[in-house]
Design a protein around this ligand. Structure first.
Ligand SMILES: Nc1ncnc2c1ncn2[C@@H]1O[C@H](COP(=O)(O)OP(=O)(O)OP(=O)(O)O)[C@@H](O)[C@H]1O
Length: 393
Protein backbone atom coordinates (compact mmCIF):
# COMPACT_ATOMS: atom_id res chain seq x y z
CA UNK A 1 0.00 0.00 0.00
CA UNK A 2 1.28 3.45 -0.87
CA UNK A 3 1.65 5.53 2.26
CA UNK A 4 -0.21 8.79 2.54
CA UNK A 5 3.05 10.72 3.07
CA UNK A 6 4.37 9.34 -0.24
CA UNK A 7 1.13 10.35 -1.90
CA UNK A 8 1.33 13.84 -0.50
CA UNK A 9 5.02 14.09 -1.54
CA UNK A 10 3.95 13.07 -5.04
CA UNK A 11 1.21 15.65 -4.98
CA UNK A 12 3.76 18.28 -3.90
CA UNK A 13 6.07 17.45 -6.84
CA UNK A 14 3.14 17.48 -9.25
CA UNK A 15 2.07 20.77 -7.73
CA UNK A 16 5.56 22.23 -8.16
CA UNK A 17 5.60 21.18 -11.82
CA UNK A 18 2.17 22.69 -12.29
CA UNK A 19 3.40 25.94 -10.71
CA UNK A 20 6.39 25.95 -13.08
CA UNK A 21 4.14 25.49 -16.06
CA UNK A 22 1.41 27.87 -15.09
CA UNK A 23 3.63 30.63 -13.68
CA UNK A 24 6.55 30.93 -16.11
CA UNK A 25 7.01 34.53 -14.90
CA UNK A 26 7.89 33.19 -11.43
CA UNK A 27 10.36 30.67 -12.86
CA UNK A 28 12.03 33.33 -14.93
CA UNK A 29 12.19 35.78 -12.04
CA UNK A 30 13.76 33.12 -9.81
CA UNK A 31 16.31 32.02 -12.41
CA UNK A 32 17.29 35.59 -13.27
CA UNK A 33 17.55 36.55 -9.58
CA UNK A 34 19.85 33.60 -8.92
CA UNK A 35 21.98 34.38 -11.96
CA UNK A 36 22.40 38.01 -10.93
CA UNK A 37 23.24 37.11 -7.32
CA UNK A 38 25.87 34.53 -8.22
CA UNK A 39 27.79 36.46 -10.85
CA UNK A 40 29.25 39.43 -9.03
CA UNK A 41 27.00 42.15 -10.36
CA UNK A 42 26.60 43.56 -6.83
CA UNK A 43 28.21 46.69 -5.40
CA UNK A 44 29.57 47.16 -1.90
CA UNK A 45 28.25 49.84 0.43
CA UNK A 46 30.35 50.86 3.40
CA UNK A 47 28.16 51.87 6.30
CA UNK A 48 28.37 52.54 10.00
CA UNK A 49 31.72 51.55 11.60
CA UNK A 50 33.05 50.54 8.20
CA UNK A 51 30.61 47.68 7.91
CA UNK A 52 30.34 46.61 4.27
CA UNK A 53 27.04 45.41 2.86
CA UNK A 54 26.46 43.88 -0.55
CA UNK A 55 23.78 45.53 -2.67
CA UNK A 56 22.43 43.11 -5.26
CA UNK A 57 20.70 43.87 -8.59
CA UNK A 58 16.90 43.75 -8.41
CA UNK A 59 14.54 42.13 -10.92
CA UNK A 60 11.91 44.83 -11.52
CA UNK A 61 9.50 43.12 -13.89
CA UNK A 62 8.93 39.99 -15.96
CA UNK A 63 6.52 39.91 -18.89
CA UNK A 64 5.41 37.21 -21.29
CA UNK A 65 4.58 37.92 -24.93
CA UNK A 66 3.65 35.65 -27.82
CA UNK A 67 7.12 35.75 -29.36
CA UNK A 68 9.29 36.45 -26.30
CA UNK A 69 9.76 36.73 -22.56
CA UNK A 70 11.14 39.97 -21.21
CA UNK A 71 12.60 40.89 -17.85
CA UNK A 72 13.94 44.19 -16.59
CA UNK A 73 16.50 44.40 -13.83
CA UNK A 74 18.20 47.27 -12.08
CA UNK A 75 21.85 47.37 -11.04
CA UNK A 76 22.93 48.96 -7.75
CA UNK A 77 24.70 52.32 -7.98
CA UNK A 78 28.41 51.67 -8.57
CA UNK A 79 27.92 48.49 -10.57
CA UNK A 80 29.27 48.74 -14.16
CA UNK A 81 26.63 47.73 -16.77
CA UNK A 82 29.40 46.81 -19.21
CA UNK A 83 30.33 43.95 -16.87
CA UNK A 84 26.85 42.52 -17.44
CA UNK A 85 27.22 42.77 -21.24
CA UNK A 86 30.68 41.17 -21.08
CA UNK A 87 29.04 38.18 -19.44
CA UNK A 88 26.14 37.90 -21.89
CA UNK A 89 27.20 34.28 -22.50
CA UNK A 90 26.06 33.40 -18.96
CA UNK A 91 22.58 34.69 -19.78
CA UNK A 92 22.63 32.56 -22.95
CA UNK A 93 23.74 29.51 -20.96
CA UNK A 94 20.79 29.93 -18.61
CA UNK A 95 18.10 31.19 -21.00
CA UNK A 96 19.28 29.90 -24.39
CA UNK A 97 20.98 31.41 -27.44
CA UNK A 98 18.01 33.60 -28.29
CA UNK A 99 18.51 35.66 -25.11
CA UNK A 100 19.49 39.26 -25.84
CA UNK A 101 20.49 42.03 -23.47
CA UNK A 102 19.76 45.69 -24.10
CA UNK A 103 20.42 48.77 -22.02
CA UNK A 104 17.50 50.96 -21.02
CA UNK A 105 19.51 53.45 -18.99
CA UNK A 106 22.80 53.51 -17.06
CA UNK A 107 21.40 51.18 -14.38
CA UNK A 108 18.52 49.40 -16.06
CA UNK A 109 18.96 46.42 -18.39
CA UNK A 110 16.41 44.37 -20.28
CA UNK A 111 16.78 40.73 -21.20
CA UNK A 112 14.58 39.43 -24.03
CA UNK A 113 14.29 35.71 -24.70
CA UNK A 114 12.83 35.04 -28.11
CA UNK A 115 11.02 31.86 -29.08
CA UNK A 116 12.12 32.04 -32.74
CA UNK A 117 15.43 32.95 -34.36
CA UNK A 118 15.95 35.86 -36.82
CA UNK A 119 15.04 34.76 -40.35
CA UNK A 120 17.53 34.91 -43.20
CA UNK A 121 16.55 37.03 -46.21
CA UNK A 122 17.62 37.86 -49.74
CA UNK A 123 19.12 41.29 -50.58
CA UNK A 124 16.28 43.39 -51.98
CA UNK A 125 17.82 46.54 -53.47
CA UNK A 126 14.62 48.60 -53.52
CA UNK A 127 13.75 47.88 -49.91
CA UNK A 128 17.30 48.40 -48.75
CA UNK A 129 17.65 51.73 -50.60
CA UNK A 130 14.56 52.96 -48.79
CA UNK A 131 15.91 52.01 -45.38
CA UNK A 132 19.09 54.10 -45.67
CA UNK A 133 17.64 57.42 -44.50
CA UNK A 134 19.82 60.53 -44.55
CA UNK A 135 23.07 58.72 -43.81
CA UNK A 136 25.94 60.12 -45.87
CA UNK A 137 27.86 56.83 -46.17
CA UNK A 138 25.16 54.30 -45.31
CA UNK A 139 26.30 50.86 -44.23
CA UNK A 140 23.41 48.43 -44.50
CA UNK A 141 24.16 45.69 -41.97
CA UNK A 142 20.95 43.64 -42.09
CA UNK A 143 17.98 43.08 -39.82
CA UNK A 144 17.67 42.56 -36.11
CA UNK A 145 14.40 41.80 -34.35
CA UNK A 146 13.32 45.41 -34.55
CA UNK A 147 13.94 45.99 -38.26
CA UNK A 148 16.72 47.25 -40.54
CA UNK A 149 20.11 48.00 -39.05
CA UNK A 150 21.91 50.85 -40.85
CA UNK A 151 24.64 53.18 -39.68
CA UNK A 152 26.62 56.09 -41.12
CA UNK A 153 30.29 55.44 -41.78
CA UNK A 154 30.98 59.17 -41.50
CA UNK A 155 30.00 58.90 -37.81
CA UNK A 156 31.44 55.41 -37.21
CA UNK A 157 34.39 55.39 -39.57
CA UNK A 158 36.33 52.13 -39.67
CA UNK A 159 34.86 48.64 -40.03
CA UNK A 160 36.16 45.12 -39.48
CA UNK A 161 34.27 42.15 -40.93
CA UNK A 162 35.46 38.78 -39.61
CA UNK A 163 34.12 35.26 -39.90
CA UNK A 164 35.31 31.76 -40.59
CA UNK A 165 35.05 30.23 -44.03
CA UNK A 166 31.46 29.59 -45.06
CA UNK A 167 30.03 31.98 -42.47
CA UNK A 168 28.79 34.49 -45.06
CA UNK A 169 31.65 37.00 -44.86
CA UNK A 170 31.88 37.39 -48.66
CA UNK A 171 28.15 37.98 -48.99
CA UNK A 172 28.32 40.56 -46.18
CA UNK A 173 31.18 42.50 -47.81
CA UNK A 174 29.49 42.31 -51.19
CA UNK A 175 26.23 43.66 -49.79
CA UNK A 176 27.90 46.51 -47.88
CA UNK A 177 29.98 47.72 -50.82
CA UNK A 178 27.18 47.25 -53.37
CA UNK A 179 24.84 49.36 -51.22
CA UNK A 180 27.46 52.10 -50.90
CA UNK A 181 28.24 52.15 -54.63
CA UNK A 182 24.57 52.29 -55.56
CA UNK A 183 23.71 55.04 -53.12
CA UNK A 184 26.70 57.36 -52.75
CA UNK A 185 27.76 59.51 -55.70
CA UNK A 186 30.72 61.16 -54.04
CA UNK A 187 32.57 57.94 -53.18
CA UNK A 188 36.00 56.79 -54.36
CA UNK A 189 36.44 53.10 -53.61
CA UNK A 190 39.82 51.36 -53.57
CA UNK A 191 40.01 47.60 -53.14
CA UNK A 192 42.90 45.33 -52.19
CA UNK A 193 42.32 41.61 -52.56
CA UNK A 194 45.37 39.42 -52.02
CA UNK A 195 43.41 36.20 -52.44
CA UNK A 196 41.87 37.44 -55.70
CA UNK A 197 38.55 36.13 -54.52
CA UNK A 198 36.27 38.99 -53.52
CA UNK A 199 36.71 42.28 -55.25
CA UNK A 200 36.99 41.45 -58.98
CA UNK A 201 33.28 42.29 -58.96
CA UNK A 202 34.16 45.96 -58.44
CA UNK A 203 36.64 46.24 -61.32
CA UNK A 204 35.71 49.20 -63.50
CA UNK A 205 33.59 50.64 -60.67
CA UNK A 206 36.20 51.10 -57.95
CA UNK A 207 39.04 53.54 -58.67
CA UNK A 208 41.39 50.60 -58.34
CA UNK A 209 41.26 46.88 -57.53
CA UNK A 210 44.74 45.57 -56.71
CA UNK A 211 46.01 42.06 -56.01
CA UNK A 212 49.77 42.26 -55.40
CA UNK A 213 51.59 43.41 -52.28
CA UNK A 214 53.57 46.10 -54.11
CA UNK A 215 50.32 47.46 -55.56
CA UNK A 216 48.77 47.60 -52.09
CA UNK A 217 51.81 49.53 -50.90
CA UNK A 218 51.44 51.99 -53.77
CA UNK A 219 47.77 52.40 -52.95
CA UNK A 220 48.36 52.99 -49.25
CA UNK A 221 51.17 55.42 -50.05
CA UNK A 222 48.88 57.34 -52.39
CA UNK A 223 46.21 57.51 -49.68
CA UNK A 224 48.74 58.77 -47.12
CA UNK A 225 49.71 61.56 -49.51
CA UNK A 226 46.04 62.28 -50.18
CA UNK A 227 45.42 62.50 -46.42
CA UNK A 228 48.29 64.97 -46.13
CA UNK A 229 46.81 67.03 -48.96
CA UNK A 230 43.41 66.97 -47.30
CA UNK A 231 44.92 67.92 -43.94
CA UNK A 232 46.50 70.98 -45.59
CA UNK A 233 43.18 71.93 -47.20
CA UNK A 234 41.34 71.68 -43.87
CA UNK A 235 44.00 73.74 -42.14
CA UNK A 236 43.91 76.46 -44.81
CA UNK A 237 40.10 76.60 -44.61
CA UNK A 238 40.12 76.53 -40.80
CA UNK A 239 37.64 73.67 -40.57
CA UNK A 240 37.81 70.32 -38.79
CA UNK A 241 36.06 67.93 -41.21
CA UNK A 242 35.91 67.53 -44.98
CA UNK A 243 32.12 67.94 -44.84
CA UNK A 244 32.62 71.50 -43.59
CA UNK A 245 34.55 72.59 -46.69
CA UNK A 246 32.79 74.86 -49.17
CA UNK A 247 33.70 72.44 -51.92
CA UNK A 248 33.48 69.08 -50.17
CA UNK A 249 35.84 66.32 -51.19
CA UNK A 250 34.78 62.82 -52.17
CA UNK A 251 34.67 60.22 -49.44
CA UNK A 252 37.31 57.53 -49.84
CA UNK A 253 36.98 53.91 -48.74
CA UNK A 254 39.88 51.50 -48.73
CA UNK A 255 38.56 47.92 -48.59
CA UNK A 256 41.13 45.23 -47.84
CA UNK A 257 40.15 41.57 -47.93
CA UNK A 258 42.19 39.24 -45.72
CA UNK A 259 44.24 42.02 -44.20
CA UNK A 260 46.06 39.45 -42.00
CA UNK A 261 48.02 38.35 -45.10
CA UNK A 262 49.69 41.76 -44.96
CA UNK A 263 50.75 41.61 -41.32
CA UNK A 264 54.46 41.25 -42.13
CA UNK A 265 54.34 44.25 -44.51
CA UNK A 266 55.37 46.94 -42.06
CA UNK A 267 54.91 49.93 -44.38
CA UNK A 268 51.47 48.82 -45.46
CA UNK A 269 50.31 48.09 -41.92
CA UNK A 270 51.65 51.47 -40.77
CA UNK A 271 49.71 53.16 -43.57
CA UNK A 272 46.52 51.30 -42.64
CA UNK A 273 47.02 52.23 -39.01
CA UNK A 274 47.53 55.87 -40.00
CA UNK A 275 44.26 55.88 -41.93
CA UNK A 276 42.53 54.36 -38.90
CA UNK A 277 43.95 57.12 -36.69
CA UNK A 278 43.48 60.27 -38.77
CA UNK A 279 41.19 59.23 -41.64
CA UNK A 280 37.94 60.12 -39.89
CA UNK A 281 38.08 63.92 -40.28
CA UNK A 282 39.69 63.63 -43.71
CA UNK A 283 36.89 61.48 -45.16
CA UNK A 284 39.10 58.39 -45.58
CA UNK A 285 37.68 55.16 -44.17
CA UNK A 286 38.62 51.50 -43.86
CA UNK A 287 36.68 48.30 -44.47
CA UNK A 288 38.93 45.42 -43.43
CA UNK A 289 38.12 41.74 -43.47
CA UNK A 290 39.61 38.64 -41.93
CA UNK A 291 38.73 34.99 -42.00
CA UNK A 292 40.48 34.20 -38.77
CA UNK A 293 40.95 37.11 -36.40
CA UNK A 294 44.65 37.69 -35.93
CA UNK A 295 45.67 38.99 -32.52
CA UNK A 296 48.90 40.38 -33.95
CA UNK A 297 47.06 42.51 -36.53
CA UNK A 298 44.29 43.45 -34.13
CA UNK A 299 46.60 44.31 -31.31
CA UNK A 300 46.54 47.84 -29.94
CA UNK A 301 45.80 50.97 -31.93
CA UNK A 302 44.29 49.46 -35.08
CA UNK A 303 41.79 47.38 -33.11
CA UNK A 304 40.72 50.36 -31.01
CA UNK A 305 40.19 52.44 -34.14
CA UNK A 306 38.08 49.79 -35.87
CA UNK A 307 35.11 51.00 -33.92
CA UNK A 308 32.54 48.92 -35.79
CA UNK A 309 33.06 45.17 -35.93
CA UNK A 310 30.91 42.54 -37.57
CA UNK A 311 31.65 39.07 -36.26
CA UNK A 312 30.09 36.29 -38.31
CA UNK A 313 30.50 32.75 -36.99
CA UNK A 314 33.85 32.32 -35.21
CA UNK A 315 35.54 29.00 -34.56
CA UNK A 316 35.68 29.41 -30.79
CA UNK A 317 35.43 31.83 -27.90
CA UNK A 318 39.11 32.78 -28.04
CA UNK A 319 38.81 33.94 -31.66
CA UNK A 320 35.53 35.66 -30.98
CA UNK A 321 37.11 37.61 -28.11
CA UNK A 322 39.86 38.86 -30.42
CA UNK A 323 37.25 40.38 -32.74
CA UNK A 324 34.53 41.64 -30.40
CA UNK A 325 35.90 41.17 -26.86
CA UNK A 326 33.17 38.64 -26.14
CA UNK A 327 32.56 34.97 -26.93
CA UNK A 328 29.17 35.55 -28.56
CA UNK A 329 30.25 35.00 -32.19
CA UNK A 330 31.29 31.44 -31.30
CA UNK A 331 27.69 30.69 -30.30
CA UNK A 332 26.40 31.29 -33.85
CA UNK A 333 25.43 27.94 -35.41
CA UNK A 334 27.06 26.61 -38.62
CA UNK A 335 23.66 26.72 -40.28
CA UNK A 336 23.11 30.41 -39.46
CA UNK A 337 24.76 31.86 -42.58
CA UNK A 338 25.04 35.63 -42.57
CA UNK A 339 24.21 35.82 -38.83
CA UNK A 340 26.60 38.11 -36.99
CA UNK A 341 27.30 39.87 -33.73
CA UNK A 342 27.51 43.59 -34.50
CA UNK A 343 29.71 45.62 -32.18
CA UNK A 344 28.53 49.22 -32.47
CA UNK A 345 27.66 50.98 -29.22
CA UNK A 346 27.28 47.55 -27.55
CA UNK A 347 26.69 44.11 -29.03
CA UNK A 348 23.69 42.75 -30.89
CA UNK A 349 22.76 39.90 -33.20
CA UNK A 350 21.97 40.91 -36.77
CA UNK A 351 21.11 38.81 -39.83
CA UNK A 352 22.92 40.08 -42.94
CA UNK A 353 21.22 39.97 -46.37
CA UNK A 354 22.15 37.18 -48.76
CA UNK A 355 23.58 38.70 -51.93
CA UNK A 356 25.02 36.27 -54.47
CA UNK A 357 27.77 37.17 -56.91
CA UNK A 358 25.63 37.14 -60.05
CA UNK A 359 22.86 39.16 -58.37
CA UNK A 360 25.42 41.75 -57.26
CA UNK A 361 26.86 41.92 -60.80
CA UNK A 362 23.38 42.56 -62.14
CA UNK A 363 22.75 45.34 -59.59
CA UNK A 364 26.07 47.00 -60.42
CA UNK A 365 25.72 46.89 -64.21
CA UNK A 366 24.74 50.53 -64.52
CA UNK A 367 27.60 51.63 -62.30
CA UNK A 368 30.43 50.53 -64.57
CA UNK A 369 32.04 53.66 -65.86
CA UNK A 370 34.57 53.93 -68.65
CA UNK A 371 37.95 54.12 -66.92
CA UNK A 372 38.75 57.60 -68.26
CA UNK A 373 35.78 59.04 -66.34
CA UNK A 374 36.53 57.31 -63.03
CA UNK A 375 40.15 58.37 -62.64
CA UNK A 376 41.50 58.21 -59.11
CA UNK A 377 41.54 61.52 -57.31
CA UNK A 378 45.27 62.10 -57.20
CA UNK A 379 47.16 63.95 -54.54
CA UNK A 380 49.43 66.12 -56.70
CA UNK A 381 51.86 65.74 -59.58
CA UNK A 382 54.74 65.16 -57.14
CA UNK A 383 52.83 62.53 -55.24
CA UNK A 384 51.86 60.87 -58.48
CA UNK A 385 55.52 60.63 -59.38
CA UNK A 386 56.19 58.99 -56.00
CA UNK A 387 53.44 56.50 -56.62
CA UNK A 388 54.56 55.77 -60.16
CA UNK A 389 58.03 55.06 -58.79
CA UNK A 390 56.52 52.54 -56.40
CA UNK A 391 55.09 50.65 -59.36
CA UNK A 392 51.62 51.91 -59.46
CA UNK A 393 47.94 51.13 -59.86
N1 LIG B 1 23.16 36.42 -45.31
C1 LIG B 1 23.02 35.18 -45.75
N2 LIG B 1 21.85 34.54 -45.64
C2 LIG B 1 21.71 33.26 -46.07
N3 LIG B 1 22.69 32.55 -46.66
C3 LIG B 1 23.88 33.14 -46.80
C4 LIG B 1 24.11 34.48 -46.36
N4 LIG B 1 25.39 34.81 -46.63
C5 LIG B 1 25.93 33.73 -47.22
N5 LIG B 1 25.04 32.73 -47.33
C6 LIG B 1 25.29 31.41 -47.92
O1 LIG B 1 26.38 30.80 -47.25
C7 LIG B 1 27.32 30.25 -48.15
C8 LIG B 1 28.72 30.82 -47.87
O2 LIG B 1 28.67 32.22 -48.06
P1 LIG B 1 29.98 33.08 -48.35
O3 LIG B 1 30.67 32.61 -49.57
O4 LIG B 1 29.60 34.50 -48.28
O5 LIG B 1 30.86 32.68 -47.08
P2 LIG B 1 32.35 33.06 -46.72
O6 LIG B 1 32.39 33.19 -45.25
O7 LIG B 1 32.83 34.22 -47.48
O8 LIG B 1 33.12 31.77 -47.16
P3 LIG B 1 34.53 31.68 -47.92
O9 LIG B 1 35.52 32.37 -47.05
O10 LIG B 1 34.76 30.20 -48.02
O11 LIG B 1 34.32 32.35 -49.25
C9 LIG B 1 26.81 30.59 -49.55
O12 LIG B 1 26.25 29.42 -50.09
C10 LIG B 1 25.74 31.62 -49.37
O13 LIG B 1 24.67 31.45 -50.24
Amino acid sequence: MISSSLLSAGACVAGAIAVHQSFPEKVMRRKLGALLRTNDFHSNLTGYKGRVSRIQPVVKSVRMYLDRKEAIFMLPVGSDPQEVFKKSWIFQQVFGLEAELSMIDARTIMISIYTTSIQSFIYNAEEIDQSLGMNRLPVYVGKDRHGDVVYDMVKHPHLLVAGETGSGKSAALRAILTTLIRNVDNLDLYCADLKRSEFHLFKGIAQAVVYETHEVLALVTMLRLEMKRRGDILEAAGVAHVDDLEEPLNYIILAVDEVALLKKEKDIMQGIEEISTIGRALGVYLVLSMQRPDAQVLDGKLKQNLTVRMALKHADGINSRITIDSVDAANIQDSEKGRMVLKLDGLKYVQGPNLGLSEAKELLKGYKYPLEIRQPQRASQESQDDIIELGVL
